[in-house]
Design a protein around this ligand. Structure first.
Ligand code: PRX
Length: 662
């Protein structure tokens, strides 16, 4: 971990951070979850989780809370049965809340639509009937590749209703990334749209699906929502959503499934090039999704208006746009576009328009707002806000304070929520009515969760010390396995501290002198770019798949806006190196950056590519990324004594032949 330069910077910040912000007396008195919950949960975690699970409607009540006999494979509420979609939609209508708005949807071009729970139920039932008409059966996988439009949520809930595990693929991923995910899950259906709006223009989306499913053995149909009206190619197995779904019956009898029935697969980056299909199941996942949304955001059904700005392509969108809030009968705001479309005040305008009271976003977005200037939010009231949240990466104290002052007007608690695709739901966070928050700290595990910071030997470190973040007790929304590769599941998450039986999250963390937890970033070869995990190996594989690249090494360098930026060092093949020397090397760099975008998606485009003659390696051939990070961050290069050829770093530092930034 000493290897990670992001850490020392965070540690410096820590030294000067001693401000605390307790909740207001009013919030403390009325909050959903109060101080007593910590002790109660610790005394009997299973009883505590059973209580949380009973916030849901079970078709068959469970009698056993946790079965950990086959660790690290957990079963939660295993003999209970429920339907996730019924819990998120039908039960609210049955309870008389059919006219309550489930979400106000705001399109990027300015169109908008408000959908009530009764309407959502009709839409989900129609979509479920449509999927049945295509011959899909319980357990079949459905890939969803859609922009942030109401149909995305309807599609996810229709899958949940039928027990079809969905695999949502972020609409910014490339055809190749989609292809590998569709193939890994052997999806039978892909649901997509003709195109998507981005910064005022209509961009194609279905074209990538056409490319991705071309040689697929599993895909039987492609269901297409018309969003932009742009021209699309059409194949025999393509169907328009409006033609297939709109005419279906709004009656659909939902079946109850086992609590451990798979709900979704979501792919995420790890330390190797192959993304991992994280598998989540139904009862435990929904329990923790709903509980955390209730506890951490202090959500009051029928009163709050809640907005999570994530995309449904990420786990935050799954848990805190779809499953958690809808299970809790939230009224949400869902926004299709980017924060600066058509102007940089768009989020604040939306907050005022819908009187949003809970707003949940990412540090990278907050830092972008800081760059645009506080004059922009100052033009809006923002008086409806009462709770602010942050997720995706460590939030630096400066951004935290800016958020508190300029968006929260000094009277909204900020919940900095630590969790992962694998954990399924929030694990470490302040509670808004309880915790005296510190700018930049996720503070402590929420009631019901147990986490520790340990040293190399797995022994908890003391106050003021740093180490590895582990979770030492199973939790309801934990991943159950990696789709199709259980050995990798055990190896990736449970082998580092096998003797202790700890889940290792891959993050470094530190206790401050009061015992509050500060997250310090990844300790493995995973970068965090704008709150999204990208593995160095994935980008390296994409680079070497280009015919001109012989070898590549990728590092994450700290970046003021995106947290980390991707910096690549490449060695070109003989001919290409010659060409590059003669011609303008920047063309080559542009080509390589575009190549990575094509292979993975624009999100993985290196910020900078440096063409080099050699890479620094140890005598055993291991690339010394630490030294490359020094170069990428413009620092003096560190200790080179273990290099096979100690002159290499001088060559790299002095002979950087090309770079690119935008
Ligand atoms: O490194 C941590 C960082 O994001 C990683 C999880 O990424 P992902 O699975 O894509 O899920 C992101 C949204 C839950 C973690 O291992 N991370 C997430 N939230 C925080 C964070 N780091 C510090 N503070 C956070 N609040």
């Amino acid at each position: 971990m000493a290897d990670n330069p992001a850490n020392s910077e965070t540690l410096d910040n820590l030294l000067s951070e001693n401000r605390t912000f307790p909740p207001s007396a009013e919030l403390a008195a009325n909050a959903n979850v109060k101080q007593e919950a910590y002790a109660r949960a610790e005394a009997d975690p299973e009883a505590y989780w059973a209580e949380q699970a009973n916030r849901l409607d079970w078709a068959t009540p469970f009698t056993q809370v946790l079965d950990w006999s086959d660790a690290p494979h957990a079963k939660w509420f295993a003999d209970g049965k429920l339907n996730v979609a019924v819990n998120c939609v039908d039960r609210h209508v049955d309870a008389g809340h059919g006219d309550q708005v489930a979400f106000h949807w705001e399109g990027e071009p300015g169109d908008s639509r408000s959908v009530t729970y009764a309407q959502l139920k009709d839409e989900v039932c129609k979509a479920a009937n449509a999927l049945v008409s295509l011959g899909l059966q319980t357990g079949d996988r459905v890939a969803i590749y859609l922009p942030m439009i109401p149909e995305a949520i309807v599609a996810m809930l229709a899958c949940a209703r039928l027990g079809l595990p969905h695999s949502v693929v972020f609409g910014g991923f490339s055809a190749e990334a989609l292809r590998s995910r569709v193939a890994d899950a052997e999806a039978k259906l892909v649901i997509t749209a003709d195109g998507q709006f981005r910064r005022g223009s209509a961009l194609p989306l279905k074209a990538a699906v056409d490319e991705a499913v071309e040689a697929s053995d599993s895909v039987q149909h492609v269901l297409v929502v018309r969003r932009t009206g742009i021209d699309v190619e059409w194949a025999d197995n393509n169907l328009w959503w409006h033609e297939l779904v709109d005419g279906q019956s709004t009656e659909h009898e939902a079946e109850a499934f086992d609590a451990e029935h798979p709900l979704f697969i979501l792919y995420t980056s790890g330390t190797t090039g192959q993304p991992k299909g994280i598998l989540h199941t139904s009862g435990g996942y929904l329990t923790q999704a709903a509980y955390t949304h209730h506890a951490v955001f202090d959500h009051q059904a029928g009163q709050d208006v809640y907005w999570c700005t994530a995309d449904i392509g990420w786990v935050t969108g799954h848990t805190y746009i779809v499953y958690g809030p809808l299970a809790n009968r939230a009224t949400e705001v869902i926004y299709e576009g980017t924060p600066n479309s058509p102007h940089e005040g768009r989020h604040w305008e939306i907050i005022d328009k819908y009187q949003v009271s809970i707003y949940y976003t990412a540090p990278t977005t907050i830092r972008t707002f800081m760059k645009w200037g506080k004059d922009i939010p100052a033009k809006y009231s923002l008086a409806s806000l009462r709770i602010l949240g942050s997720v995706g990466e460590p939030i630096n104290p400066e951004a935290w304070m800016w958020y508190r002052e300029n968006i929260g007007h000094d009277n909204c608690p900020i919940v900095d929520t630590w969790w992962q695709t694998e954990t399924g739901a929030i694990m470490i966070s302040p509670l808004p009515g309880v915790t005296a928050t510190k700018p930049g700290s996720a503070m402590q595990p929420i009631p019901g969760i147990s986490a520790k910071v340990v040293n190399d030997e797995g022994v908890p470190v003391g106050k003021g010390q740093g180490g590895y973040l582990v979770i030492d007790k199973p939790w309801p929304s934990m991943l159950r396995t990696i789709w199709g590769d259980d050995a990798r599941y055990v190896d990736t998450y449970w082998s580092r501290f096998a003797a202790q039986g700890y889940y290792f999250a891959g993050d470094g963390a530190k206790y401050d002198d009061d015992g509050a937890i500060w997250l310090l970033g990844r300790v493995d070869d995973v970068m965090n770019v704008s709150g999204h995990r990208i593995s160095t190996t994935e980008v390296e594989s994409a680079l070497v798949s280009h015919p001109s690249v012989a070898e590549a090494a990728v590092v994450g360098a700290s970046d003021a806006t995106t947290g980390q930026g991707i910096v690549a060092f490449v060695i070109l093949r003989g001919d290409a190196a010659q060409d590059a020397a003669e011609a303008d090397a920047s063309d080559r760099v542009t080509e390589l950056r575009n190549h990575v975008a094509k292979e993975i998606g624009p999100i993985a485009k290196p910020r900078q590519i440096m063409v080099v003659a050699e890479l620094p390696k140890t005598r055993s051939g291991k690339i010394m990324r630490r030294l490359l990070r020094d170069v990428a961050e413009n620092r003096p290069v560190g200790d080179v004594t273990t290099l096979a050829d100690s002159a290499v770093m001088e060559q790299i530092s002095s002979g950087l032949s090309a770079g690119s930034e935008d």
